[in-house]
Design a binder for this molecule. Structure first.
Ligand SMILES: NC(=O)c1ccc[n+]([C@@H]2O[C@H](COP(=O)([O-])OP(=O)(O)OC[C@H]3O[C@@H](n4cnc5c(N)ncnc54)[C@H](OP(=O)(O)O)[C@@H]3O)[C@@H](O)[C@H]2O)c1
Length: 281
C-alpha cells in the first residue's frame, strides 16, 4: 500500500490506536504531535507493535499557527499524497487559557487549528482522491450551542464543559460544511464520537469525574474512527455523524446549514484566511 495518513495527537490515547490500525494495514502514517519527544517514543512503540516502520513523526501544534505554517510546506515537500487526514487531537481544559495566537484554548486546539490545517492541505487531499477526512467529535456536541457573540469566553464566565461542548459542536458543523464543499471531488468528510474512552482527556476534571464509569479502552475507541477511514462501505458516504461504527443523527444545531456557514466564515476571519474562491469560478 502506498497510502499516506496524517493523524494528529497520535502519541497517546485514541490517536495512538488510530495510527496503530492504519500502520497495521500497511499505510504510511505521519504522527502529528506537538511534543516531538512524545512523538518519537510513540513511534518506537508503534513500529514494534505493527512491524511497519513507515511511521514518521512531524510537529503539529494546533495551539500555534506559526508552527502549523511551518509544518505544511515540510509535509508537502515530503509527501506527494494524503489519503487520510484524521483530526484526532483535542483538549478539555477546565480554566480559560490561550493558544500562542491568543485564541481561547479549547476553540483554538479543537476547532481553529484543525480548520487551518485542513484549509492548507485541501488541494493535496483533492489531488489524492479518493481521500477521507475523519473528525473526532463527541456526543457532547448535543449539549453544545455555538455562542457567536462570545465564542471565546471573553465576556461570559469560562466553563470547561460548555467550552468543550461548543468546540465539539464546532467539529460537526465544520465537517458538514467541509463535506458540502468537497462534493463531487472524491474526498469525504465525516465526524465520529469514539465512545467514552479511558484516556488522559479528562486529566483536569475534578477527581470524581476524571475516570468515567465503564470506559472503552483506547483500542475500542479507535474502532469507529478506523471504520470511517477504511471501510469500503463508506467510500461514498460524506457529511455524516457516527457514534462508534454506527451512523447516527447529529444534533439539530449541527445540522443547521446557516450555523455551519456562519462558523465557517467566522473561522476564516479569526484565522485571517483569504476569502474563499466560489466553486465553479
Ligand atoms: N476519551 C473520550 O472519552 C472521548 C470522548 C469523545 C471524544 N473524544 C475525542 O477524542 C479525541 C482524542 O482524545 P483522547 O481521549 O485520546 O485524549 P488524549 O489521550 O488526551 O489525547 C489527546 C491528544 O491530543 C494532543 N494534543 C493536545 N493539545 C495539542 C496541540 N496543541 N496540538 C497538537 N496535539 C495536541 C495530545 O498531545 P499531548 O500528549 O502532547 O498532550 C494527545 O496526543 C479528542 O478530539 C477528544 O475530544 C474523546
Amino acid at each position: 500500500m502506498n497510502k499516506v495518513a496524517l493523524v494528529t495527537g497520535a502519541n497517546s490515547g485514541i490517536g495512538f490506536e488510530i495510527a496503530r490500525g492504519l500502520l497495521a494495514k500497511g499505510a504510511t502514517v505521519v504522527l502529528g504531535c506537538r511534543d516531538l519527544k512524545k512523538g518519537h517514543a510513540a513511534r518506537e512503540q508503534l513500529v514494534s507493535l505493527t512491524g511497519n516502520d513507515a511511521a514518521e513523526v512531524m510537529q503539529v501544534d494546533l495551539a500555534n499557527l506559526a508552527r502549523l505554517r511551518n509544518f505544511v510546506p515540510k509535509f508537502l515537500a515530503r509527501f506527494e499524497r494524503l489519503d487520510w487526514l484524521v483530526h484526532n487531537a483535542g483538549v478539555w481544559p477546565r480554566t480559560r487559557r490561550k493558544t500562542e495566537d491568543g485564541f481561547e484554548l479549547t476553540l483554538g486546539v479543537n476547532h481553529l487549528g484543525p480548520f487551518f490545517l485542513t484549509d492548507a492541505l485541501l488541494p493535496l487531499l483533492v489531488r489524492s482522491a479518493p481521500a477521507r477526512v475523519v473528525v473526532l467529535t463527541s456526543s457532547m456536541h448535543r449539549e453544545g450551542t455555538f455562542d457567536f457573540e462570545d465564542p471565546q469566553f471573553k465576556v461570559r464566565q469560562h466553563h470547561g464543559g460548555t467550552a468543550y461542548a461548543q468546540s465539539k459542536l464546532a467539529n460537526v458543523l465544520f465537517t458538514f460544511a467541509l463535506a458540502r464543499r468537497l462534493e463531487g471531488q472524491g474526498v469525504t468528510a465525516n465526524a465520529v464520537h469514539p465512545g467514552v474512552v479511558a484516556t488522559g482527556l479528562r486529566r483536569e476534571a475534578p477527581p470524581n469525574a476524571r475516570e468515567p464509569k465503564n470506559p472503552l479502552t483506547p483500542e475500542a475507541g479507535a474502532l469507529g474512527p478506523l471504520h470511517l477511514a477504511m471501510s469500503p462501505t463508506l467510500a461514498n458516504i460524506t457529511g455524516r455523524y457516527f457514534e462508534g461504527t454506527e451512523q447516527m443523527p447529529a444534533s439539530g444545531a449541527a445540522n443547521d446549514v446557516k450555523l455551519q456557514e456562519r462558523l465557517w466564515a467566522l473561522s476564516r476571519q479569526l484565522l485571517k484566511l483569504p476569502p474563499e474562491v466560489p466553486q465553479g469560478s
